[in-house]
Write a protein that binds this ligand. Structure first.
Ligand code: DX5
Ligand code: ZN
Length: 215
């Protein structure tokens, strides 16, 4: 069954504790935590104080997506704050292999991601190292954007590559995921679906969880 990872970017921050409780009750798989630095992407979100607080109240997997230039500077701090998975952009550093190795050395799960305009070939040299590959299906920086269909080919490629090379990374999809586009992603080979605006517009979080899982 496909995993569901709500993106907190669209949650009700005035009621964060209650939001986490409702996500637990709805049986989600990962909490997707979007960090934006105003440099790698044209927007700023949130970071350490929030993730620290979330870690104190839940055992859910915290899936941290760093939309940050030179993420090497902050990997240790995000691990200390309680991230279970840290994902970095191939475009954000000159030394992607070193950045992934840095995450692995902290004995947490490592992820690689790429923008819609970046060819999949750029991440091939590190695919054997990672636990997760995040396929961006919007240009990162904002919730609520439209799904870019062309990115589905990257999901298909990764699924095939994983089999032929006997690897076991998860394929996660992020951006514009809703009850329609989620099916396209799952058919293409996605294992984890991130959803922000579509997920949090619901009153009852069991509904998007069921719809995304195709139940
Ligand atoms: C985009 C972020 C996403 C975003 C998804 O920059 O990485 O995780 O919150 O939001 P929706 O699901 O609304 O596209
Ligand atoms: Zn994200």
């Amino acid at each position: 069954m496909v995993k569901v990872a709500p993106s907190l970017l669209s949650c009700d921050f005035l009621n964060l504790g209650n939001e986490i409780k409702r996500l637990e009750e709805a049986n989600i798989d990962y909490i997707h935590f979007d960090v934006m630095d105003g440099d790698f992407v044209p927007n700023i979100s949130f970071a350490f104080p929030i993730i620290d607080q979330i870690r104190k109240v839940t055992n859910l997997t915290i899936d941290t997506h760093l939309m940050v230039s030179n993420p090497e500077r902050y990997i240790q701090k995000f691990a200390d704050a309680g991230s279970d998975i840290i994902t970095v952009h191939v475009e954000a550093t000159k030394h992607i292999h070193r950045a992934i190795q840095q995450i692995k050395d902290l004995e947490i799960k490592s992820g690689i991601t790429l923008n819609p305009g970046t060819p999949i070939e750029q991440i091939i040299p590190v695919l054997h190292m990672v636990d997760l590959v995040l396929v961006m299906t919007v240009n990162p920086g904002f919730g609520g954007q439209l799904f870019i269909n062309e990115c589905l080919d990257k999901i298909k490629f990764l699924k095939e590559y994983r089999t032929t090379h006997n690897l076991d990374f998860e394929i996660e999809v992020d951006g514009g995921v809703n009850e329609v586009t989620s099916k396209l992603c799952v058919d293409a080979g996605a294992d984890v679906l991130v959803a922000g605006s579509y997920f949090f517009k619901h009153e009852d979080y069991h509904t998007p969880v069921k719809q995304l899982r195709g139940e």
